[in-house]
Design a protein around this ligand. Structure first.
Ligand SMILES: [Fe+2]
Length: 201
């Protein structure tokens, strides 16, 4: 059976520095409950899947227990992973990146300004997430759209930056003005944390 994942106990302290750009403590504290929910449901689903009677004659693509549990498992576990990356990579100084990520952004987008423009469009175009991911095949970066927790990751990539654009991430602070939230977010990216993710890719 798979091990249990750790339930996040608190928002990393550095994240609260985002208050300076309008992303509030209340938003983060409420967000923690959702982050914990993904971890708890991941553990619950691991338990259920491990104890499920594995009878191939009962497995069915229209509806079956194995299908329901395994589809929602990806929503729960990917939701946990997305939030792990989100809270690991905010609470920094934002602005222009340095180090390896700066080189990769220049290689992949031509310039930081081009990347920002693409990131803003991706953030406005997604229903839930924008993901900056390293493609091991091309050794370049790409900004991916995420509609739900489990769409649309792609194989052979490492996600190095995840921006939550579900309304719970910004509505309390910016109401429906998502672009204002994205502009604030760009000022608090922790590029050092992103560079560590690249090192560990
Ligand atoms: Fe979220």
């Amino acid at each position: 059976m798979l091990n249990k994942v750790q339930i996040p106990e608190m928002i990393p302290e550095k994240c609260y520095s985002t208050e300076e750009v309008g992303i509030s403590r209340i938003t983060h504290d409420e967000h923690l409950k959702l982050w914990q929910g993904y971890a708890k449901k991941t553990n619950e689903l691991r338990e259920l899947i491990s104890h499920l009677e594995k009878d191939p004659s009962k497995a069915n693509q229209i509806y079956s227990s194995i299908r329901a549990l395994k589809v929602d498992y990806t929503f729960a576990y990917q939701g946990l992973i997305n939030h792990n990356i989100y809270f690991d990579t905010i609470g920094g100084k934002g602005g222009k990146p340095t180090g390896k990520v700066a080189d990769l952004i220049n290689k992949s987008f031509g310039s930081y300004e081009n990347w920002v423009n693409d990131w803003k469009c991706t953030g406005m175009g997604g229903r839930g997430w924008a993901f900056l991911s390293y493609d091991h095949q091309t050794q370049t970066l790409f900004n991916y759209i995420g509609d739900a927790q489990n769409s649309f990751p792609i194989w052979n990539h490492t996600c190095i930056l995840a921006m939550d654009v579900y309304e719970h991430a910004y509505y309390y602070d910016f109401q429906t003005a998502r672009m204002k939230y994205i502009e604030s977010y760009l000022q608090v990216i922790d590029w050092d944390a992103v560079n560590k993710r690249i090192e560990n890719r």
